[in-house]
Design a protein around this ligand. Structure first.
Ligand SMILES: Nc1nc2c(c(=O)[nH]1)N[C@H]1C(S)=C(S)[C@@H](COP(=O)(O)OP(=O)(O)OC[C@H]3O[C@@H](n4cnc5c(=O)[nH]c(N)nc54)[C@H](O)[C@@H]3O)O[C@H]1N2
Ligand SMILES: Nc1nc2c(c(=O)[nH]1)N[C@H]1C(S)=C(S)[C@@H](COP(=O)(O)OP(=O)(O)OC[C@H]3O[C@@H](n4cnc5c(=O)[nH]c(N)nc54)[C@H](O)[C@@H]3O)O[C@H]1N2
Ligand SMILES: [Mo]
Length: 676
């Protein structure tokens, strides 16, 4: 049999949205590689996707619909047909809607696939059903809120501008793990002579690759930026001409906020010495075109939005924006490039139903009333692992009167608690259109292989459910291909006729962001608004984290691993082996104080829960901070609880985001767990 090579796109929640080449023999993917002709991927793939075929053809794939046959959470199921599954779900939902109202049903989805059709295909269905609406705010809404407060709708600078910078600051982003193409661009800039700094809470691989790394206290970056700005203003390093022409509120800021923000005062809050804060300020202000690439790490705190807003003031003070390669990139927004409303169909909402935060699923399932959540439909998300306050989520999922359906590729921790499990296709088995949130590329792709077993795509399942509900709405009688076509057949300044033609053909294309590139400020005043009277806090200032008030001595940093993506990829044994086991990284001083050493089984605890880890004593983390990487499946965890048994349902200051990184804990030796 000869190999047919097909183009596809990586569907995962990553800012790089890579172009893939998939080698297919007899309907089976045998090889996946980075598309060398893709303008951003340029042939380079991350370790997770190098063997995507191992996920797609994993023996762990779900292949038929399943009905629970044991107790909730016991993971005992028997196969049923699709007809029976759809019939059971629809009759139960009709009954729930009639008895308790549509709002007693809650959809839960996030980022298993980023494709515009498959990702959003539940929206029209649940709008029509009158279900509760999910606030999809687990990732980084605080980042958007912070940027918007200062910069309004000003479009992001082009990520490629990094190549013209003479100083690149990777701030709260572990690009070696989370955006390898941004890392490659940063390393290329470095080769051309740019200095590369990383600012993180522990020594990540990105820190190792940088010229210098600055290790801060979790949630302390606002203090660092304020200290730097104090020095910049005090030493006359601000660009007064730029400020006069472009910035609103500089005088208020320097009069009311900065005087208190001396490096000495900011030092204990951010964890860097006063001398380091001064040096960072001077070197940043004197750089020609410093480029700050802001990650999401520093946003998942009680002060996350304020931190982003404060850091974003730096290029406004020094005028870095004026020079090519200078400025700050929080993320690109290609939201208006495609008419996604044609998929989400907000017009199907009869009257607006209640919003439920995805960060508070535990409370939604255990406390919410009028009506109580009686039906939960989870698709392309794994909340039993990834949502904060895992113990609360699992208490909710254990409710006998809760009817839970999970549409999944694997028997995830969430699927284990389902009444009905539906098998989902992987991205190689369904068509979609992808746009990127870390750059400006887009690509359409067809299915590369047939569905595994009886797996169905998100869109196809919602069409079946609409039919099962007895709706005659023609919208649900279209194919995914037809929806994709509607997204592409749309006039927009983002692409010309030739680009649209290439998009239709399945080639990767670059979209052109409408004018601007950060030189015109799309705010109500037309200036960068350091002073923003629409905010509860009109000026950037210090805000505390949640963890500060929690009364536990160590800050826990749940971080990412290059070998997984949130809770995805744990099915690949090789990747899992490289992660060894659920480890806790701790500084030698903290370990010595507790009489702990590497390899010890430890229990990490706070008011929400306790979790077992294997200790790794290392200088990579500073005293006072402990770190764990990855979001493990419970079957690979000694006592079944993961890191999110320690994270809380509290929200960020702006954007109602998750505060997954804002965690205080204590650690003690564990007498029960055996070291693996
Ligand atoms: N390999 C891999 N890639 C991924 C993911 C994954 O799980 N694995 N997840 C994907 C998703 S959903 C997202 S949202 C992106 C996120 O990608 P990034 O923007 O890189 O965000 P994070 O990895 O959450 O955090 C980045 C870094 O911030 C650090 N950090 C945490 N708190 C602070 C702080 O207070 N200050 C500073 N300065 N640094 C801090 C963390 O230690 C981490 O090294 O990555 C995507 N890509
Ligand atoms: N402790 C801790 N918790 C975290 C994070 C962290 O860094 N640390 N990161 C947070 C962040 S930034 C995010 S964005 C969230 C992400 O949370 P999720 O969006 O839930 O991401 P995943 O854990 O990757 O789970 C996605 C699931 O979708 C399934 N899937 C993939 N494709 C399809 C499909 O086409 N159809 C269907 N039906 N299913 C599919 C996959 O098998 C997988 O189980 O997690 C958050 N939680
Ligand atoms: Mo995310």
């Amino acid at each position: 049999m000869s190999t047919v090579t097909t183009r596809s796109v990586c569907p995962f929640d990553c800012p790089d949205t890579c172009g893939l080449l998939v080698g297919v023999v007899d309907g089976r993917a045998i090889k996946v590689s980075g598309d060398p002709l893709h303008p951003v991927t340029r042939g380079l793939l991350c370790p997770k996707m190098l063997h995507y075929e191992r996920s797609v053809h994993s023996p762990r794939r779900l292949t038929v619909p399943l009905l629970r046959s044991g107790a909730k959470g016991a993971g005992e199921f028997r196969p049923i047909t699709w007809d029976e599954a759809i019939e059971r779900i629809c009759s139960r939902w009709k009954d729930l809607a009639a008895r308790h109202g549509g709002e007693s049903i809650l959809p839960y989805s996030y980022a298993g696939t980023m494709g515009l059709v498959q990702r959003n295909s539940g929206h029209p269905f649940f709008h029509k059903l009158g279900a509760s609406r999910l606030e999809r705010t687990i990732c980084s809404p605080a980042k958007d809120a912070g940027w918007k407060s200062l910069m309004g709708d000003t479009p992001a600078i082009d990520p490629a501008a990094i190549g013209q910078s003479d100083m690149v600051i990777l701030w709260g982003i572990n690009a070696v793990a989370t955006s390898i193409h941004a890392m490659r661009d940063a390393m290329e800039a470095r080769k051309r002579g740019a200095r590369l700094w990383a600012i993180d809470t522990y020594r990540t691989p990105t820190c190792e690759a940088a010229d210098e790394a600055f290790i801060v206290r979790p949630g302390g970056d606002g203090a660092l930026a304020l200290g730097m700005m104090h020095v910049i203003v005090r030493e006359g390093l601000a660009d007064q001409a730029f400020i006069d022409a472009n910035v609103l509120g500089f005088d208020d800021f320097t009069a009311k906020i900065l005087p208190d923000c001396t490096p000495e005062r900011m030092s204990p809050l951010c964890g860097l010495s006063p001398e380091t804060i001064e040096r960072l300020a001077r070197e940043y202000a004197r750089a020609g075109s410093p480029f700050i690439r802001l990650g999401s790490g520093l946003t998942r705190y009680a002060n996350g939005a304020m931190t982003v807003r404060t850091i974003s003031c730096l290029p406004a003070l020094t005028g870095a924006w004026q020079r090519p390669g200078g400025g700050l990139l929080a993320g690109t927004s290609t939201g208006s490039a495609f008419p996604v409303h044609k998929v989400t169909r907000e017009d199907f909402i009869d009257k607006p139903t209640r919003l439920v935060s995805m960060n508070q699923l535990g409370a939604a399932l255990t406390e919410l009333d009028s009506p109580r959540v009686m039906g939960l439909y989870v698709y392309h998300s794994n909340p039993a692992s990834i949502a904060p306050d895992q113990n609360a989520v699992i208490s909710g999922l254990l409710r006998d009167d809760l009817f839970t359906v999970v549409h999944e590729r694997f028997m995830t921790d969430t699927a284990r608690y389902a009444d009905i499990v539906l098998p989902a296709t992987s991205s190689l088995e369904h068509p979609d259109l992808y746009r990127c949130y870390g750059g400006y590329h887009a690509q359409r792709c067809d299915a590369a292989i047939p569905a595994i077993g009886e797996a169905k795509s998100n869109w196809d399942v919602f069409c079946l459910l609409a039919e099962g509900m007895g709706w005659d709405e023609p919208f649900f009688r279209q194919s995914a291909e037809e929806l994709i076509r509607q997204l592409i057949d749309f006039d927009t300044p983002w692409r010309d006729v030739a680009t649209t033609e290439r998009l239709r053909r399945g080639e990767p294309v670059m979209l052109t962001p409408p004018e601007n590139q950060g030189r015109v400020w799309l705010t109500p005043s037309g200036k960068i608004e350091i002073l923003n009277q629409r905010e509860q806090e009109p000026l950037p200032r210090l805000l505390p984290t949640h963890a500060e008030g929690d009364g536990f001595p160590l800050r826990l940093q749940p971080a990412v691993t290059p070998q997984a993506l949130n809770s995805s990829f744990y099915e690949q044994e090789e990747l899992r082996r490289r992660q060894r086991c659920m480890e806790l990284l701790m500084n030698p001083a903290d370990a010595a104080r507790r009489g702990l050493s590497s390899g010890d089984a430890v229990t990490v605890f706070n008011r929400l829960g306790q979790v077992g880890f294997t200790l790794d004593v290392t200088e990579r983390v500073p005293p006072g901070t402990v770190v764990t990487e990855g979001v493990w499946w419970s079957e690979f965890i000694a006592d079944g609880r993961g890191v999110n048994a320690l994270t809380s349902q509290r929200l960020t200051d702006g954007g109602r985001g998750s505060t997954l990184y804002d965690v205080a804990v204590e650690v003690r030796a564990c007498t029960v767990l055996k070291t693996t």
